[in-house]
Ligand binder design. Sequence first.
Ligand SMILES: Nc1ccn([C@H]2C[C@H](O)[C@@H](COP(=O)(O)OP(=O)(O)OP(=O)(O)O)O2)c(=O)n1
Length: 201
Amino acid sequence: MILSDADILSRLADGDLAIEPLDDVDQQVQPASVDLRLGGRFLEFQRTNIPCIHPTEADEVGEYVTETTVEEGDEFILHPGDFVLGTTVERVTIPDDLVAHVEGRSSLGRLAIVVHATAGLCDPGYEGQITLELSNLGTAPVALSPGMRVSQLTFTELKSPADRPYGAERGSKYQNQDGPQASRIGDDPEFAGDGSEDETR
Ligand SMILES: Nc1ccn([C@H]2C[C@H](O)[C@@H](COP(=O)(O)OP(=O)(O)OP(=O)(O)O)O2)c(=O)n1
């Protein structure tokens, strides 16, 4: 079951679901979602001499990524074909019986801006800001302004609370993330070497 505006406000009042800061409830709480704003920090991917990123090599991911900060009032120009990581202003806390989905806003979609290229699920138990996978599928550069409502979050009730919510034990690489975070897929246990893997690779 997807939460309505009344359900969302009731869960926010209960305090187990949190979205902070929620500065303008009237504007941000939509009929069945909450609009989230664009933060000012971006991770851009540079062209380098590395032939490719091996997703399991944390250093290689780091080599490609540089952080840019855009102050409120300034703009970040997203060029056609570009892919950058952004962040929400808001920090969310998802209770164990809800899952949240990051969706784009139609008004930006109509300008060819996509806010999650592939991954859009916030697990039960997740806490932190949300990293946005921003791309421009169009032919014109688009100016993005920190503080603008850029994405929306919907909430779906689980049939029963998660037994092992995000952050409780395994993995949970992105718990409490602050600002845009690059991929940490190299921290996956199957790549980190848990004794069952060949570590001489
Ligand atoms: N666009 C998104 C999607 C998700 N998340 C956050 C909330 C999720 O609960 C957390 C983990 O997302 P996934 O489970 O999709 O990612 P992984 O499976 O790669 O990570 P892990 O192994 O930690 O589960 O990242 C995010 O910040 N931005």
